[in-house]
Design a binder for this molecule. Sequence first.
Ligand code: GLC
Length: 582
Amino acid sequence: MNFKRFFICCAISSVLFNVSSHRTTPEWIHNAVFYDIYPSSFMDSDGNGIGDLNGIISRLDYVKSLGVDAIWMNPIFESGWFDGGYDIIDFYKVDPRFGKNSDVTRLVEEAHKRGLKVCLDLVAGHSSNKSGWFKKAAAEGRDSQYADYYIFSDTIPEEELIHIQKRNELPNPEIGKRGKWVETYKVLGKAPDSFDKRANYYWKNFYPCQPALNYGYADPDPNNPWEQPVDAPGPKAVRRELKNIMAYWFDRGVDGFRVDMASSLVKKDQGHVETIRLWQEMRDWIDREYPGKVLISEWGIPKESLPSGFDVDFNMLKKRPGYAEIMWGAGHSKEVGDNAYFEKSGKGIIKNFINEFESDLDSTRSHGYIALMSSNHDVNRLNSEGRNLPDEIKTCFTFLLTMPGVPFIHYGDEIMMRNVRGLPNVEGSREIRSGTRTPMQWDNSESVGFSTASHEKLYLPTFTDNGKLTVSVQNEDPNSVLNHVRNLNSLRHKYTTLANDGDWETISDPEHPYPWVYTRTGNDGKFIVVLNPCNKSSETTVDIPGNSIEKLLGNGKIDTKYTKKGLKVKIGGLSSAVLRVR
Ligand code: GLC
């Protein structure tokens, strides 16, 4: 290990050691299941074809009926709508398409009456280039109060140019140039030669419309004047603003935030050392001023994010290859490959996921939770490409809702909504994200009970497969995916061992993953989960002491028998079961 790497490792260990490890996460998160809502697509109350807060309020009884405990909503703030609400113009104001600020207070009250918590989305790393802060910072130059809210430079730094050339990347018309620096004059609408204000370029976080907020640089180079230290006045003002935003919404009763791109805040921050310190500061402040509030990170490295002060970290497909492999198959991130574990061909592998998950779990147990998601507004739905049978989706849910950590159900996955490809790009969804953002399918009427607007005016098209993929039809069918999800959630709440904290161990042979058998062990006993997502029956013998086996829930057929060699488990194709050992 060279000296620099050694130094960074020491810095990471010391910052992680410095954690408020005695912090107690709020009680409710220990058994929580989340439901995530893309607000433009859940329920439209005013007939314009786009969802809104009143619509969500009108469907809270349904959300409650799923047996979930909390909702997370994607951004609801005033936005330029070039990235599905993640390009925020005003962090303190609800976008008029969704309603008013007072509707948030009402939504929270109505949710709390039903025992549901509400988390908003905190886009900490960037604003819209249409925000007042950015326009002032760019147009008023150094005199602006917001001059250092963003990172500006007159030239594209040498290292970035080299980087762009090395990757030989052509500008992508949908997301702009791949490099980090964007021409400021384009935002101000002036020609470059008449532009003499703040600087020629700004640093973007994701799309060009999303200038990065300036939290400073971990190791600023004095030759690069735009690289300010984390405690320079600009970065400090941005931190204060971040606290103000959180305080504003905490004061309106919200229970926490999911933090967008939470690891991206401090630039050139090897090992995220300074970003971790920043979040530790936020956590200490929250625990003092707003105890009991929850922070969920889009980070994907739970060993870093949880000791930083987050309660839950998203297990992101890109950063956790073992997880991506079981859900989508090795080498696939946009569709379900036939080597996904959860796919009927039976060609998947689980050992990488098991190693990855065990290691994450062991090292983070005392800090918080890993979140496994059915999908989300960025990631394809469960019912996608080759994975399309009700029993396949049920088997996925048996897995997701019997694993430790905090499960997230993406709205509509519980009724098996289908990820259709080739849909239009709406508000920055690009084709790959449109399929997971289509309107919630409540019934089989023309506009699927989502809106009174005609079908062609809806936010995105809908696909009910002749009404089968709707709430109204699945409500009536005791064997529907919807009722399977409800049954799993009630089991998870009845036996907390099956919930977020119980021990987890694979007891079948990971080299022969069909069926996959794991145990959950805790205060209320020992449970076995058996998964067989391939379309042929399979069997195995596992070593598990006990006298009898009780089947609590499942789809498909399962036989179990104690033999001299252990418990023999035989399960049909596309089946799953939750068993209790007595
Ligand atoms: C996060 C969001 C994604 C958004 C991006 C930029 O990854 O989940 O939807 O486009 O951040 O804010």
